[in-house]
Design a protein around this ligand. Structure first.
Ligand SMILES: C=Cc1c(C(=O)O)[nH]c(=O)[nH]c1=O
Length: 308
C-alpha cells in the first residue's frame, strides 16, 4: 500500500514523521529519521534565534501511560537547523521555529524568507515550558496579529504547531483565525500543558523545572489529540492539511488519527521509547488493519469517522 502524501511543494514518501523535539536535536538524529524505513521525512527541534541549554535536569520522565517534559526549548540555534534543511536530503524536512517573543518569530521568518530554503516551515505557537512565557496559541488576538504580520511578507510554505484546545468554542475561534491565512498545514496537538506527576516514595515531583509542571504526551493524551484533529478537520479550509500528533503507539492509533482527518501522523513519546524502528511497525500494523477492512488506500477512510 502506498503511504506517500504531498503537502505544499513537498512529496513525503510516508505519512509518518517525528514529533518536533524527539529524535531531531542534532544532524545525527535528523539523518537517522530521514534514513529510517517508513518515515516521510523529519521535523526539526523547534529552533530559537540562539542556541539554548534548556531547563535543568531531570526535565523528562517516562510515565506508565505516557510522558511528562519541561525541556525548556533546548536546541542548537536557528542557523544550525536552517543550514541542515537547506541541504539536499532524501526526504522532505519541516523546519520548526519557536520565538520566545513575537519579534523573534517575525525575525526568524524574515530570515527563512530571505534564505535559499524552499521547504516547509512550522511555527510553534505552543511551547508550554518557557518559564514566564504563555503559549501564544492560547491568546487568540496575539495569534491573529502574528499571522497577519507574517503573511504580509512570508510567501513560502508555512504551518503552525498548536496546543490542544478543550472547548468547542475555542475550536471555532481558532479555526476562524487560521482560515484567514494561506497556511499549508496545522500540526495538532503539542503536549498537554502543565501536567504533574509525583514519586510517592520520595514524595517529590518527578521533573526539576517549574516545580514539576510539564507537558504531557503519549497514550494518555490520545483522546485529546483525536478530538483536536477531528475538530479542526471539520472547521478548516480543505486546503489546510493536518499533521496529527499525540498518543500514537500503534497502527490502530494511526488509523484513528486518519479517520479523524489527519493527512500525516507524527510520533513523539513512543518514538523516544522504541526508536525509529517504530515506523516500520506502525506501517505494518496499519497495513494489516486496512487489509482486514478491504481498504486499498488511505483515501478510502481518511476523515470518514462516523457519528454514533
Ligand atoms: C518547543 C518547546 C516544547 C517543549 C520544550 O522544549 O520544553 N516541550 C514540549 O512538549 N513542546 C514544545 O513545544
Amino acid at each position: 500500500i502506498d503511504f506517500k502524501t504531498t503537502m505544499a511543494n513537498a512529496e513525503f514518501p510516508s505519512i509518518f514523521l517525528n514529533a518536533s523535539g524527539v529524535n531531531c536535536m542534532t544532524v545525527t538524529e535528523m539523518d537517522e529519521m530521514i534514513n529510517a524505513a517508513c518515515t516521510g521525512g523529519v521535523v526539526t527541534k523547534s529552533a530559537t534565534p540562539q542556541q539554548r541549554e534548556g531547563n535543568p535536569q531531570p526535565r523528562y520522565y517516562q510515565l506508565e501511560h505516557g510522558s511528562i517534559n519541561s525541556m525548556g526549548l533546548p536546541n542548537e540555534g536557528f542557523p544550525y537547523y536552517l543550514d541542515y534543511v537547506t541541504k539536499e536530503h532524501a526526504k522532505p524536512t519541516i523546519l520548526s521555529v519557536a520565538g520566545l517573543k513575537m519579534s523573534d518569530n517575525i525575525e526568524l521568518l524574515h530570515k527563512i524568507q530571505a534564505s535559499d530554503y524552499t521547504g516547509l516551515t512550522e511555527l510553534n505557537l505552543s511551547c508550554p515550558n518557557v518559564i514566564g512565557k504563555p503559549q501564544v496559541a492560547y491568546d487568540f488576538e496575539e495569534t491573529d496579529a502574528l499571522l497577519a504580520e507574517i503573511f504580509s511578507f512570508y510567501t513560502k510554505p508555512l504551518g503552525v504547531k498548536l496546543p490542544p484546545y478543550f472547548d468547542l468554542v475555542h475550536f471555532d475561534q481558532m479555526a476562524t483565525i487560521l482560515n484567514k491565512y494561506p497556511l499549508t498545514h496545522i500540526n495538532t496537538v503539542n503536549s498537554v500543558g502543565n501536567g504533574l506527576w509525583i514519586d510517592i516514595d520520595t514524595e517529590k515531583v518527578v521533573i526539576k523545572p517549574k516545580q514539576g509542571f510539564g507537558g504531557l504526551g503519549g497514550t494518555m493524551i490520545l483522546p485529546t489529540a483525536l478530538a483536536n484533529v477531528r475538530a479542526f478537520r471539520q472547521r478548516l479550509n480543505p486546503s489546510i492539511k493536518i499533521i496529527g500528533t499525540g498518543g500514537v503507539t500503534s497502527g490502530a492509533d494511526v488509523f484513528m488519527h486518519l479517520l479523524c482527518g489527519a493527512d500525516m501522523v507524527s510520533v513523539g513519546t513512543a518514538l523516544l521509547h522504541e526508536g525509529v524502528g517504530i515506523f516500520q511497525r506502525l506501517t505494518d500494523e496499519l497495513t494489516t488493519i486496512m487489509a482486514e477492512k478491504g481498504y486499498t488506500s488511505i483515501e478510502d477512510f481518511r476523515g470518514k469517522v462516523q457519528d454514533f
